[in-house]
Design a protein around this ligand. Structure first.
Ligand SMILES: Nc1ncnc2c1ncn2[C@@H]1O[C@H](COP(=O)(O)OP(=O)(O)OP(=O)(O)O)[C@@H](O)[C@H]1O
Length: 576
């Protein structure tokens, strides 16, 4: 264990978890109550035997019998309450951690996502928090409760008879060794089963996502083999757990019985000599049987701490990531005059600029097309416009206000972005469009869809506007989805539109629909089109040609064609 950092991680976690004070107070009470009740019942039994049963004082016997019953009932009651409230506490901590992680994702900038895969983030939010709950909350509280019970039992035993206590405790090291050796193996085998299950789900996930590629390359057999391998490994891992479980608990029981035998033999002999009473020996027999569970809990708490600390470290890594979007800044109501790039340089990775000294003025209401080979930097220009990133050096100005000073939210409200691939949120088509403007009525939405020519094909879907995104995702083509995205952007009524043409091929009929819808959306608005097809460039005022992060040509279609330069080559290669 990396002591110092593990300690500070734990300290921070405990400090943050402790804010659930009320639930934690209830858990603490149940833990203490449980420990006391656990110690009390054997003790009461010893008193009952020595002071009432053996002397034959049956008149007052009912009192001690009621006390014994009470101790047993409270033992059960506290144990139940402890399990329940530990879970309540754990779930609250879990919910809070998950909320913090999810919120963090929502406010993080795109650098945050650069080195994290979807699977990794999902696993941090779902699995790591689960491990933290299991080990750090339930495990730690269970372990502390066991430690308290163990200490209580030892104190009660010492109080009754010191020598007998030492004899009884002689089997404890054996139990600790068993718990360390076999228990440790059992837990690590169990962790292994979780990893194997995760492997199965990732194979399934990949098969579903890549089903078309699998089919087209005839890779069904390989995928099937991979799945079978993962399944077999899972079975093996579960069988290992079963074997270790089969060995572990019976061994613990034997060790526990060993101490009972020792107590009976030694205690019995002492009782025969009159050194201890029968009641005390009976109490010791009961105490001796109560060691195995708590000892296993304490050992397993220590054992699992390592994996939980790793999970905690991964969780804090996300929470402490400094790539956060700043939402403060000047609120802009409208982009009225122009957008300007002034000496803009940008690099995703230090020392590798992808935009180099971009200077560009986009007057309000004008239309420009960004053209260039793949990887030239067109999408990056669009990302800077929306402040997904800020320039590494140089500035963007919106009506002479420096981009970095403007509130990101207010800026993005003024921009309608139509990405290459449309993301449909869970929900209906209607909800997917209305998210652009929650105040819009159904009629407004239908009007916008009619205007863009989207209405007819939405009505052809099985449930029209009520078709869910899941169904629509399968039924709609890339172009049709982009039409929905265009409707979404129009409903927002932005000042600026950024359109990223779909790369995938679209059938000619839909392509015409998409182009018409694009032109309607662009009408009267500052428009920046990332043009892949070049047929759209007829409709723009200016074409900006980017190559390797630099603007290499700029001008109207006629100007650039007559120049017979870089653009001319691109254009003629697509139109030949
Ligand atoms: N998130 C990122 N991290 C690191 N490098 C990136 C990132 N996004 C893009 N790049 C790199 O920046 C360069 C410009 O990419 P960009 O996506 O802006 O080009 P593009 O002209 O839009 O290309 P395409 O037409 O293929 O979409 C490329 O070399 C690309 O590999």
């Amino acid at each position: 264990m990396k002591d110092k950092s593990s300690y500070s991680l734990l300290k921070r976690f405990i400090k943050e978890a402790i804010y659930e004070k009320r639930t934690l107070a209830i858990v603490t009470i149940t833990i203490i109550g449980s420990a006391i009740a656990n110690i009390a019942s054997p003790y009461i039994l010893s008193v009952a035997i020595d002071n009432y049963i053996i002397p034959g004082r049956y008149a007052q016997f009912w009192l001690i019998a009621v006390l014994y019953l009470l101790a047993l009932v409270s033992q059960w009651l506290f144990a139940t309450l402890q399990t329940f409230y530990t879970e309540v506490f754990g779930q609250k901590v879990l919910k809070n951690l998950r909320r913090m992680l999810h919120d963090k994702m929502l406010v993080s900038n795109l650098n945050f996502f650069k080195d994290k895969s979807t699977g990794d983030l999902v696993s941090r939010i779902i699995n790591d928090t689960n491990v933290i709950n299991d080990v750090l909350v339930s495990g730690l509280l269970g372990g502390l409760s066991s430690l308290l019970s163990l200490s209580g039992i030892v104190i009660a035993m010492l109080f009754l008879d010191v020598k007998l206590t030492l004899v009884t405790l002689s089997s404890v090291p054996i139990m600790v060794l068993i718990a360390l050796y076999f228990g440790g193996r059992m837990r690590s085998a169990y962790r292994d089963t979780r990893q194997k299950i995760a492997k199965i789900s990732s194979v399934v996930e990949e098969s579903v996502a890549g089903i078309e590629t699998i089919r087209s390359f005839g890779k069904e057999e390989d995928t099937e083999k991979e799945f079978s391998k993962a399944s077999t490994e899972t079975i093996k891992a579960y069988l290992r757990v079963a074997v270790y479980m089969g060995i572990f608990w019976p061994l613990m029981n034997i060790a526990s019985l060993l101490s009972v035998i020792v107590v009976i033999a030694y205690g019995g002999y002492q009782a025969y000599l009159g050194a201890v009473s029968i009641g005390v020996v009976v109490a010791f027999i009961q105490y001796a049987q109560r060691f195995r569970g708590p000892i296993n809990n304490v050992v397993s708490m220590y054992d699992s701490l390592q994996s939980a600390l790793a999970a905690l470290e991964r969780t804090y890594e996300v929470l402490d990531d400094e790539n956060v979007e700043e939402y403060e800044g000047i609120h802009i109501e409208k982009i009225k005059e122009r957008i300007e790039f002034r000496n803009v340089w940008f690099e995703y990775e230090k020392g590798r600029p992808v935009l180099k000294d971009i200077n560009l003025v986009i007057p309000a209401g004008s239309k420009i097309a960004l053209v260039g080979k793949t990887g030239a930097g067109k999408t990056t220009v669009a990302s800077l416009l929306m402040r997904f990133y800020d320039p590494t050096s140089g500035s963007l100005f919106y009506d002479e206000i420096e981009g970095r000073e403007i509130s990101r939210r207010s800026l993005r409200k003024r921009i309608g972005y139509v990405p290459q691939e449309t993301y449909l949120f869970p929900g209906t088509i209607m909800e997917n469009i209305s998210m652009a403007n929650p105040d819009a009525s159904k009629e407004d939405i239908i009007k916008v869809c009619r205007e863009l020519g989207v209405h007819d094909f939405i009505m052809k879907l099985p449930k029209g506007y009520k078709t869910t995104a899941g169904e629509a995702g399968k039924l709609l083509s890339v172009g049709e989805k982009q039409l929905i995205s265009l409707a979404r952007a129009l409903l927002k009524d932005p000042d600026v539109v950024i359109l990223d043409e779909a790369l995938s091929s679209i059938d000619p009929k839909t392509e015409r629909l998409v182009q018409d819808a694009m032109l309607k959306l662009m009408n009267g608005r500052t428009s920046i089109i990332i043009a892949h097809r070049l047929s759209i460039v007829k409709y723009v005022d200016n074409i900006v040609v980017i190559d390797e992060g630099k603007i290499v040509e700029k001008g109207s279609l006629d100007e650039l064609l007559s120049k017979e330069g870089y653009f001319y080559k691109l254009y003629t290669s697509q139109h030949s």
